[in-house]
Ligand binder design. Structure first.
Ligand code: KG4
Ligand code: ZN
Length: 336
């Protein structure tokens, strides 16, 4: 039987990516052009700079994705694209490119939610079994998402202020780590010890929400106070202490939610899902605490933004004939 091939676009933030995905779970190509170096000196993503880079990269990415997959436009069955949430100017580049390809080659257009894409990055590990819970941790979101079936998303808990990745990036400035800081702080954390014992906000509260702004403030105050009295603090210990607090809160809230919502699988996805401390902790704790729940870690290479995850989420919509048309627009604050 012939496979269904989807050409998938992702351009919501600072990665331009185009992928060819077969049957929603096989990557034929996943070309990612990152702009991180252009944004580093600003300490974050500059929207205008992002849009311009996407425009420069998108055609090159399409050509490389087709070439690497060894397919032509004629082999494709559909086009999928992230239409939100994200930066409006960045999203529009992908949305317009996808519309052009769909129109020119008479292919259905599949509008995909970026956060759904992150969850479906784990679909490349193995098929989903429902009900499923996703701990979705990225630069803009920190959510516990319950899925009764493919394509059905219910937010059970979320951050009341900063996202986990955002907290990493903000304390990165204080530590002198350049944007995006998560990966380097993760590495520093492994060389340090939790000596500072920062607060674990809302950890004992009987809800499924998160808060990271208090931790960020405690961290910044500790560093500033040390500066004032001329004390030198061990940066690795600071990183380890910060990470221990983030991981403790994420994991304990996840345990709390699983007690109330028994699920077949727990998916860890989003940019922060690349965190080694978090991955190791879930791998260690989950089998004993919830032996009937299987842990699905999004593959390391697919935790950050990429087109393949959009192709995987888009395939579910393809099967349900959930298509968009030429009126599709970017929706920067799209929710589930
Ligand atoms: O999902 P993503 O690529 O973009 C958004 O949709 O937001 O996530 C990017 C975020 C950044 O905040 C980055 O610092 C964080 O993921 N991140 C990490 C790690 N790798 C990336 N945070 C903690 N540990 C990591 N290893
Ligand atoms: Zn993302």
């Amino acid at each position: 039987k012939k496979q269904n091939l989807i050409l998938a676009f992702e351009s919501s933030c600072d990665e331009t990516s185009v992928a060819v995905v077969a049957d929603g779970h096989q990557i034929l190509s996943n070309v990612i052009a990152t702009q991180i170096n252009s944004h580093k000196r600003f300490g974050g993503v500059v929207p205008e700079v992002a849009s311009r880079h996407h425009i420069e990269q998108i055609t090159i990415c399409i050509e490389s994705a087709l070439e690497e997959a060894n397919v032509t436009y004629d082999d494709l069955d559909a086009v999928a694209v992230t239409y939100g949430p994200g930066l409006v100017g960045a999203l529009l580049v992908g949305v317009n490119a996808a519309k052009v390809v769909a129109y020119a080659h008479h292919l259905p257009l599949i509008p995909v939610n970026h956060m759904a894409g992150h969850i479906y990055a784990a679909r490349f590990v193995k098929p989903f079994e429902f009900p499923l819970m996703a701990l979705l941790v990225s630069g803009g979101h920190t959510e516990l998402v319950y899925m009764q079936a493919d394509g059905q998303f219910e937010i059970i808990g979320e951050t009341r202020d900063d996202a986990a990745g955002e907290a990493y990036d903000k304390i990165g400035r204080v530590l002198g780590v350049s944007y995006p800081a998560g990966k380097e702080i993760d590495q520093m954390a492994h060389a340090g010890i939790d000596t500072f014992n920062f607060p674990r906000a809302m950890i004992d509260e009987d809800n499924f929400d998160f808060s990271f702004s208090g931790l960020k403030s405690a961290f910044i105050n500790t560093v500033h106070h040390a500066d004032q009295i001329g004390a030198t603090l061990d940066k690795n210990d600071l990183a380890a202490s910060f990470q221990a607090s983030v991981v403790d809160v994420l994991v304990s809230k996840t345990h709390r939610v699983l007690e109330q919502y028994p699920v077949k699988q727990l998916v860890l996805a989003g940019g922060v899902a690349a965190n080694q401390g978090l991955r190791e902790r879930l791998q260690k704790d989950l089998p004993t605490a919830f032996p009937n729940t299987e842990l699905l870690l999004a593959p390391l290479k697919l935790c950050g933004d990429n087109g393949a995850m959009i192709g995987a989420a888009g395939y579910v919509q393809y099967q349900h004939h959930q298509f968009g048309d030429a009126s599709l627009n970017a929706d920067p604050s799209l929710e589930f």
